[in-house]
Ligand binder design. Structure first.
Ligand SMILES: NC(=O)C1=CN([C@@H]2O[C@H](COP(=O)(O)OP(=O)(O)OC[C@H]3O[C@@H](n4cnc5c(N)ncnc54)[C@H](OP(=O)(O)O)[C@@H]3O)[C@@H](O)[C@H]2O)C=CC1
Ligand SMILES: O=C1O[C@H](COP(=O)(O)O)[C@@H](O)[C@H](O)[C@H]1O
Length: 509
């Protein structure tokens, strides 16, 4: 990587402290940052360079996945950090910033590059992009890139307007839209599993797959984000971006060693093939929910309407489940079920692929209760499980689930932001959301937003600590399907005594 100045808007904020500094620190430890890499943190508060470095140090001590032990390497890491006051609306602050960046670049020599990372509220994105251009900060000797956080728009129209404004200062190739789910290591493996493994490759279609289930369940509630969350809900906060990205990553069929352009092209094709919903059909394909009081991990928790900052009678969605269909030769007639919600029974993001029963017509009653599943555990644990239906030698005529498992330990796994910052620094956009995908996602979601606004879709309640409203189970039951792995028994197979075949490492798979 060439000399780069990492210009961080929102350097004193929550995301920078919890995610960005720890990610940079781990990249530094892994020798993935050039010795001429430097950071200029920005915010309205007056902060001296030393105080800023102390803040970064606290952040890595509190949030790095690796224990921070070696003080010499911490000092060496912190040397690259400087701070400048900047209010996004003050044009003179950008001029001062330009001077500071140029000083830094002079020290680094060569043709330095500039990466502008916007870790600030989305209301500032346009103003910052405009001022970067106006001030001359956009005239880097090397490359320039813009990394932006979600949310990208509030609906289709606002996303299109935002994109138009950003494109006046940066080309599409220079814009890196973060979707942190794309940085999760298991998500980055999905295409590789499918491309490089002849077994999976052969099975990856509607001949063998019955349905796909994508779940992102959270145990947390709205926390301190009522002001933000009550305006977005689960549909905008998780579904339009993270969940549809997971669907794209699972459904794309890529040739081996595809270029970033091919990846993006194929993802766009998936979104284009997604059958659109008419506003009137939303109620038959989408379940919206809101949590009421309940118990999570033995502790009582309050309902959404009692959370601080939530207006009385809010109809905001804290849970969404939907059935989607991809109309292409590989996925036609394979339902993709997606659900995501707050205050659910467990924290878990996973994709479950249920295979068809080849001998269904000759099955005896009850036999079908043990499905053949492939499960991608994405977070918080990383792993892969193949559940196979096998004969139970102890109970003649019965079947049991046999599991082939692979799991990694979280300390070995790079955090999503490490992967994404590394890729942005190296100019690899494969795991960033291209505008085409973002626009097509909003287009797909827009009829649901309209239906919610008009209240034509019932708002179902679900008790905190459950897996969402009963209507979400009915959504699958209509087609004879069932959410798998909702209970410990299901996760362990139908029988308690399962056969586990644990694999020592992924290369054996
Ligand atoms: N926190 C998270 O986990 C996640 C956040 N995001 C997104 O990341 C972005 C940042 O979120 P987060 O860190 O939580 O937000 P915070 O509110 O914690 O931080 C906001 C940052 O913006 C700066 N800021 C605010 N107003 C101005 C201004 N007028 N001029 C210059 N700087 C300003 C603040 O510094 P100062 O007060 O010194 O000006 C602060 O550093 C948002 O877009 C959010 O949606 C996305 C995913 C997860
Ligand atoms: O983007 C968001 O993601 C988090 C969930 O992320 P995860 O990596 O913990 O699965 C969610 O809590 C938050 O509401 C949303 O804005």
């Amino acid at each position: 990587m060439e000399a780069t100045t990492f210009v961080l808007f929102g350097a004193t904020g929550d995301l920078a402290r919890r995610k960005i500094y720890p990610a940079l620190y781990n990249l530094f430890l892994d020798h993935k940052l050039n010795h001429s890499f430097s950071v200029i943190g920005l915010g309205r508060r007056e902060v001296a360079d030393e105080a800023f470095q102390a803040m970064v140090e606290r952040s890595i001590r509190d949030f790095s996945r690796r224990e921070v032990k070696d003080s010499a390497s911490v000092r060496s890491f912190l040397k690259s950090f400087r701070y400048n006051v900047l209010d996004v609306g003050h044009t003179e602050d950008y001029k001062k910033l330009l001077q500071r960046v140029e000083q830094q670049e002079k020290r680094a020599g060569g043709s330095p590059n500039r990466m502008f990372y916007l870790s600030v509220g989305p209301e500032f994105f346009e103003t910052i992009a405009f001022n970067i251009k106006q001030s001359g900060l956009g005239n880097a000797k090397g490359w320039k890139r813009l990394v932006i956080e979600k949310p990208f728009g509030h609906d289709l129209l606002s996303a299109q307007e935002l994109n138009q404004k950003l494109s006046e200062a940066f080309t599409e190739e220079e814009i890196y839209r973060i979707d942190h789910y794309l940085g999760k290591p298991m998500v980055q493996e999905l295409d590789v599993f499918q491309q490089s493994n002849p077994v999976l490759h052969a099975l990856w279609n509607n001949r063998y797959i019955s349905n796909v289930q994508i779940t992102a369940a959270e145990t947390v509630g709205v926390e301190e984000r009522a002001g933000y969350y009550d305006h977005v809900g689960a549909l905008r906060d998780m579904f339009q971006n993270h969940m549809l990205q997971l669907l794209m990553m699972l459904a794309i069929r890529l040739p081996k060693d595809s270029s970033p352009d091919e990846v993006r092209f194929k993802k766009k094709e998936v979104m284009e093939a997604l059958e659109s919903l008419d506003e009137g059909d939303v109620q038959f394909n989408v379940v919206r929910g809101q949590y009421t009081a309940g118990t999570i991990q033995g502790k009582p928790v309050q309902g959404y309407l009692s959370e601080p900052g939530i207006p009385a009678g809010s109809t905001n969605d804290t849970f969404i489940a939907a059935r989607l269909q991809i109309d292409d030769p590989f996925w036609k007639d394979v339902p993709f079920y997606i659900r995501t919600g707050k205050r659910m029974k467990e924290k878990s993001t996973r994709i479950v692929i249920e295979f068809k029963e080849p001998l269904k017509q000759s099955s005896s009653a009850g036999e079908n209760d043990i499905p053949n599943l492939l499960v991608f555990e994405i977070s918080p644990n990383e792993g892969l499980t193949l559940q196979l239906k096998a004969r139970d030698p102890q109970h003649k005529g019965k079947f049991k689930a046999m599991h082939i498992d692979f799991h990694t330990s979280s300390i070995e796994v790079p955090e999503a932001y490490e992967n994404l910052i590394h890729d942005a620094l190296h100019g690899d956009p494969s795991f960033f959301a291209h505008w085409n995908e973002v626009e097509l996602s909003w287009k797909w979601v827009q009829p649901i937003l309209n239906a919610f606004d008009k209240n034509t879709v019932p708002l179902h309640t679900y008790a905190a600590g459950s897996f969402g409203p009963a209507e979400s189970d009915q959504l699958l039951a209509k087609k004879g399907h069932h959410w798998w792995l909702d209970t410990a028994e299901a996760a362990n197979g139908v029988e308690e005594e399962e056969n586990d075949v644990s694999l020592p490492d992924a290369s054996n798979f």
